[in-house]
Write a protein that binds this ligand. Structure first.
Ligand SMILES: Cc1cc2nc3c(=O)[nH]c(=O)nc-3n(C[C@H](O)[C@H](O)[C@H](O)COP(=O)(O)OP(=O)(O)OC[C@H]3O[C@@H](n4cnc5c(N)ncnc54)[C@H](O)[C@@H]3O)c2cc1C
Length: 503
């Protein structure tokens, strides 16, 4: 019997394979395609996601190859700028988005998976799942038509929006709505006079066009247009883009193009019994928000450490239940952010139609920064999760609270929990009790305020870099409260060493 079967080797399935491998668990990954797709699809990797990729040892090739996008320029016809939003000042390790074709991101993920001893079985189409009290039976068809099955303690649906894993759950549909209108996407070269390192959104009475820069002088474009199927013609793409930009455009070397609809939908539950959903299998947001791929990767980051601990016998089932709650909260936030961006672009198109489109006179820097931080995926808050808490033996200073991202998380290495100990404290055997599950960090070089405590607090940082628990002081009572919290979801037994394979 397998511990974990992952259905689908898109970004979410690959990243989950990596996160599980970092926890010492090898998953079996089944992918229906016989070869890699090579399409641009989701291109924008947000700053919050870059921090996650960095912790998993995946970031360097992405940083080296992708375009670093520092701002978004919203323009009217003739590329007259109306408003510009910046990522500078968002307080992240990387204050830019990385833009590259999704196929390249998947290549990097696949290479890292291989380094960690993982693999993907190609040409295997999962057709059905069957629940049993202690396992799930997964039925599949191989590329040569032969049918087979495998048993697993847990199955994760990473198969995108038409997930076979979700369709076998009690609420099999993505609930929500489909946006009005039809859209076209293409990966192409365009002679467009825009600065490198900037995304451009053009609005006009006819609609909008988004140009996201890609390596090699290419762009991923989205544009609204007529309904269609297959690949749109070159002439149609040129005419739609020229109408919106209001300038003659040289468009060539179209590598991939398609018609598509935009959705705002999510699964009722991200898990049920022994089955879990990650990525597009669990939600669909407007690509104008640039969040879909990112939230797929963050689902995998959240499920990876929890499932890893449970499979190793060091996590209680409540850990997996928290995945459903935490990622529901986060998916809702992502859908709201993407919807806000979608509606504001459509609002500008409407204003353009009515002839009242004007540059933003005095942008409010604070509102802009808050919006950029949301879109950058830095403001996810698991504060309502039972997996986070605090012991308020002394008042806490302003700063991040339990359930929020620890802003210096990339300084912490390794796949386990970290306990940041500020001030001099006696930990009464904590290190021996928790072994490799919780690494004790002398936090002398770190700023306590950025961890949300005073100069003598304790801060537990979860494996995904979110603050799990904090105490006002570092005395015996504080430590007892922290350990009681850890026992609600970790099994305190002889911990087998978590050894992260060296790349
Ligand atoms: C046109 C377009 C533009 C986008 N732009 C952006 C953007 O700018 N920013 C952003 O963040 N996101 C964007 N996205 C969204 C992004 O591409 C997705 O959110 C992302 O691909 C989700 O990854 P995933 O792993 O969940 O699913 P997928 O990428 O769909 O991967 C699912 C995998 O599972 C396999 N599979 C499916 N069913 C089975 C089965 N039964 N058996 C075996 N294998 C199976 C599939 O072959 C596939 O390889 C865009 C998407 C589209 C279509």
């Amino acid at each position: 019997m397998e511990d974990v079967i992952i259905v689908g080797a898109g970004p979410s399935g690959l990243f989950l394979g990596i996160e599980l491998a970092r926890q010492g668990v090898k998953a079996r990954i089944l992918e229906q395609a016989s070869q890699h797709h090579g399409q641009a699809r989701g291109t924008a990797l947000q700053p919050g996601t870059l921090e996650m990729l960095s912790r998993a040892g995946v970031l360097e090739p992405v940083l080296a190859r992708a375009i670093h996008v520092h701002s978004v320029n919203v323009c009217g016809p003739g590329l007259v700028s109306l408003a510009r939003t910046q990522l500078a000042g968002i307080d992240a390790a990387y204050e830019f988005e990385c833009c590259e074709p999704q196929s390249l991101t998947e290549e990097v993920l696949f290479e890292r998976l291989q380094q960690l001893g993982g693999e993907v079985e190609l040409g295997i189409h999962v057709t059905a799942l069957e629940d049993h009290p202690d396992h799930v039976c997964v039925h599949f068809v191989r590329a040569d038509g032969e049918t087979d099955s495998a048993r697993a303690r847990y199955v994760v649906g990473a198969g995108g929006s038409h997930s076979v894993v979700r369709s076998a759950m009690t609420a099999p549909h993505l609930e929500g709505e489909t946006y009005a209108g039809h859209y076209l996407v293409a990966d192409l070269r365009a002679e467009l006079a825009v600065p490198p390192g900037e995304s451009t959104v053009v609005v006009s009475p006819e609609g909008f066009a988004l140009f996201a820069p890609l390596p090699e002088g290419r762009f991923l474009i989205f544009v609204n247009g007529p309904e269609g199927s297959g690949s749109p013609s070159h002439e149609l793409l040129v005419s739609l883009l020229e109408q919106r930009v209001g300038l003659p455009l040289q468009i060539h070397d179209v590598r991939w193009s398609s018609y598509f609809r935009m959705h705002k939908r999510m699964a009722v539950k991200m898990g049920e019994g022994r089955r879990w959903l990650v990525g597009d299998a669990g939600h669909a947001s407007s690509p104008l928000g640039g969040q879909g791929l990112n939230t797929a990767l963050l689902d995998a980051a959240d499920l990876g450490w929890k499932l890893g601990l449970v499979v190793r016998g060091q996590g209680r089932p409540s850990l997996l239940e928290s995945y459903v709650l935490e990622r529901h909260l986060s998916s809702q936030q992502v859908l709201d952010i993407s919807d806000g961006i979608h509606q504001s672009v459509m609002g500008l198109v409407e204003a353009s139609r009515e002839g009242v489109l004007e540059p933003v006179a005095e942008p409010d820097a604070e509102i802009d920064l808050a919006a950029s931080r949301h879109r950058a995926m830095l403001t996810i808050d698991y504060g309502e999760s039972p997996l986070v808490g605090e012991w308020c033996s002394r008042p806490f200073p302003p700063g991040p609270t339990p359930g929020q991202r620890y802003p210096d998380r990339i300084r912490l290495q390794g796949p386990g929990h970290h306990l940041l100990v500020f001030g001099s404290a006696s930990l009464h055997g904590f290190g021996e009790r928790w072994g490799s599950l919780v690494e004790v960090v002398d936090a002398a070089g770190l700023d306590p305020a950025r961890a949300g405590v005073g100069p003598e607090g304790l801060v537990l940082v979860r494996p995904d870099g979110y603050i799990g628990y904090r105490t006002g002081s570092n005395g015996e009572e504080d430590l007892r409260a922290l350990e009681a919290h850890l026992r609600t979801y970790l099994e305190l037994k002889e911990a087998s060493l978590v050894v992260e394979p060296v790349p």
